[in-house]
Structure formats: C-alpha cells, structure tokens
Design a protein around this ligand. Structure first.
Ligand code: PLP
Ligand code: ZN
Length: 412
C-alpha cells in the first residue's frame, strides 16, 4: 500500500497515511480527502509489462495503486468489462472515433461494483462485519452483492423512489433494507446517524475516500484496452461526482506513472432537471441545492457530496459540463442499444446523450475521438426503457396476419 497520506480537498491540509478518519477534522464533512501515492515506489513494481503478464482480470490487478490492504480471493468478478470500438455512432456523429465501455456488465450490473468491492474488502481488513450506505440504488445493490460474496452483513437505506429492479437485487442479496419515506437527502441523513450510532462500515461514496480509488480502475482498464492510446474525450454521467472524480484519478495515476501521454478531457453530463454542477460551472460559483426532477434516478442528486473532486476533474482535464433533457436520455437509451448493442439504464444513457449534445454544440470536434462509459445496465430500470422504444407487433397466431404486418412495415 504505497500511499503517502491524505490531503483535504477544501483546506489542502495534509494528513499521515495512518489517519483513520474519512473526512478532514478541521473542515468536517465537506472536507473530503484525496489519497496520495508514492509513484516512484509504485513504478518499481508496477509496469506495463507486469500488467500485460497479470492474468487476474478483476480490479485486483491494480492492487499496487489501491489504498487498502491486499484484497483476498473471495470476491465477485468486478472489472474486466468490455470496451467496444463503434462504427455506427462514429459515422452518425461524424467523429474520428467513438468507443463504448460497457460497465453495466459488472456482476451486479453497474460501475458501482468497483467501489463496493473496495468497501467490503476494506471493512474486512478492519475486522468489521457490517457495511452500510444510503443509495438511489446501484451503490446499494452492488454493496449488497459484494457483501453476500464476502460473508458480510449489509444495511441499506433507500429513498422511496428507488426502481424496483434495484430494490429486488438487494433484497435477493440478503441485505437489511430500510426504505426511507423521503428522498435521497433524507435517506443519506438517516444512514449517517445510524452508521455513527452502530459503528458500521460507511460506504457513503463521497465521504469515504477509498471508494473513488475503486472507481478509478475503470480508467485503468480503458488505458490498457486502448493500448495506452487514450481518446480525446471521456464522457461520464454525474450525480454525486465520485465516478467522474474516479475516472480522472485513474488517468492521473497512469499519467504520473508515464503510461499515457495525456489525460483525456472529461465531459460531465447531468440531467436538465438536476444539474447543480452544470449551473455552478457556468456561473463560476459554488454548488447550490437543486431539484431532483429527472427519470435518471442514479444521477438525481440535488446536493452532490463530492463537488470539489468532480469540479477539479473537469477543470484540470480542460473538459466541459453539459445538461441533457429526459427526452434526450430516452432517445439515447434506444440509440445506444440499436447502434451499439449496449443496453443502458437512463443515468448511463445520459452519457451517450451528452456526447450527442456536445457534438451538436461543437464542444467535441469532428477531428476528435470520444469514449462513453455506460455506467449501468438497462435491466435496472425496464419501465423507462419501455418508454424509449416501440411496442411489439401484436397479431394472432396466423401466418397470413404475420405477412400483412411485415408488409405493412416494409420488413419483408
Ligand atoms: C452512481 C451512478 C452514476 C453517477 O456517479 P456519481 O458518483 O454519483 O456521480 C452514474 N450512472 C450510474 C448508473 C450510477 O449508478
Ligand atoms: Zn480541510
């Protein structure tokens, strides 16, 4: 564990690596910590060659760049998700190249598996037996899944509006599920009090600096899968801001190790109905609380918990922020599925909608390449997918009627 220590994202004070707290003692809860590494020491044992020879395709292959003790063998297969080079999107959008990283193919069907595996492994290394979080869905289902595999108990606080598939998943994984009569803010607040009271491991993403370190592995995989020739843009949907912060950190680590020659520009995508980051960056001010009016439940976060790291990720990468309508998100679900064979939940398709919009606005140029991270599977939220697509062709069991229907639609 070659970490050198922690630095507060607000007051920039440094803390030794032995520190046991999750947030800055002087800034309180808003003082999210950043974990710093000793890249010189890491470079001695961790090289492109050592990676190429490593047969472990889970995120454990990046252990030298993780902030927790050695992860054991009793884990779900998190990571190693496919990266596709598109032909259809590239042609339709008129870009140099388009890539899709399908992280909805993780074990519990979202990118959150990367952070939850780290949470469970960290809890185990600390001798704790219960992990807890509040979540709009994917953080919860992934935590419950990894906890089940690793023999831990999980307690999950969900807001009332969590989609049924996500709720079903965590119940199936044996989690204790507390459905809070309120929104995400209420669920978060209650979980915070309960975690303090009962001493459970805290998987609330922003507060816990180790989770961004799990999420960054998606960027490591992108580098490896593209043979260290990274695209000009990487497009990420944003709720709390931990995912985009993780993506940035991953590219930053590999840049510092000399594995890649540039950090891609990050396009942060939010929904029109919930866009605190987009507004804050446009008006160059701090974030203010926003409505949570979007179908993309995984990014409907009115008070993002990780503003500093996410703003920094876009700024330092010289990227951009963009908002997309729910209508554009629904179209993107269908477009991404029929153009690329990748099935996404609304929050994940929002990234593809962001790409389409950024091309339209000239933020992304035809000479540039872009990679979209699909962060969660379409199976997570079937009701919204059904709004995005046509109904099936309904006929009686009769060949003649089939023929008529096909002719009518010019299919045969
Ligand atoms: C959590 C999540 C996001 C956004 O991640 P944040 O860390 O909240 O910004 C995007 N897409 C999906 C599917 C998610 O579950
Ligand atoms: Zn501080």
């Amino acid at each position: 564990m070659p970490i050198t220590g922690y630095v507060c994202t607000l007051c920039h004070r440094r803390f030794p690596k032995e520190s046991a707290f999750f947030t800055c003692p002087s800034c309180g809860e808003k003082g999210i910590l950043e974990i710093e590494y000793d890249y010189e020491a890491i470079a001695k044992v961790f090289t492109k060659e050592s990676l190429a020879n490593n047969k472990d395709l889970t995120i454990r292959r990046y252990q030298p760049l993780l902030s927790i003790p050695k992860i054991g063998d009793d884990i779900l297969h998190v990571g190693g998700t496919p990266l596709y080079q598109s032909t259809t999107s590239k042609r339709i959008l008129g870009l140099k190249d388009v890539f899709i990283k399908d992280d909805g193919l993780n074990p519990t069907a979202s990118l959150k598996d990367r952070a939850s595996l780290i949470a469970c492994a960290h809890a185990k290394s600390l001798g704790m037996d219960t992990v807890a979080c509040s979540s709009t869905g994917n953080a919860a289902s992934s935590l419950a899944g990894s906890a089940a595999k690793m023999g831990l108990k999980s307690v999950i606080f969900v807001p009332k509006r969590a989609p049924q598939a996500k709720l079903a998943q965590l119940l199936a994984f044996g989690a204790t599920v507390i459905s809070v009569d309120g929104d995400y803010k209420d669920a978060f607040q209650l979980s915070k009090e309960a975690i303090l009271k009962y001493g459970w491991y805290n998987r609330n993403a922003a507060i816990n600096p180790h989770l961004v370190e799990g999420k960054k592995t998606v960027a490591f995989e992108i580098c490896e899968q593209l043979h260290y020739d990274v695209p000009d843009w990487v497009v990420v949907s944003v709720g709390d801001g931990c995912t985009i912060a993780g993506v940035y950190k991953g590219f930053y680590d590999f840049y510092r190790l000399g594995f890649i020659s540039k950090i891609p520009k990050l396009l942060g995508v939010q929904a029109q109905g919930c866009r605190p980051f987009v507004d804050a960056s446009r008006e160059d001010r701090d974030l203010i609380e926003s409505d949570e009016a979007t179908i993309a439940d995984s990014i409907a976060v009115g008070i993002p918990r990780n503003p500093q790291k996410a703003l920094k990720a876009v700024k330092e990468s010289r990227g951009a922020w963009i908002a997309v309508s729910d209508q554009a998100i629904l179209s993107a679900i269908a477009n991404l599925a029929k153009r690329e064979g990748v099935f996404s939940e609304p929050a994940a398709a929002a990234a593809y909608a962001g790409l389409e919009e950024a091309v339209k606005q000239g933020i992304i140029q035809p000479t540039e390449s872009a990679l979209v991270i699909s962060t969660g599977s379409g199976l997570k939220d079937i009701d919204h997918v059904r709004q995005a697509v046509k109904d099936p062709i309904r006929i009686p069991p009769d060949l003649k009627r089939l023929e008529e229907a096909l002719t009518e639609r010019r299919i045969s």
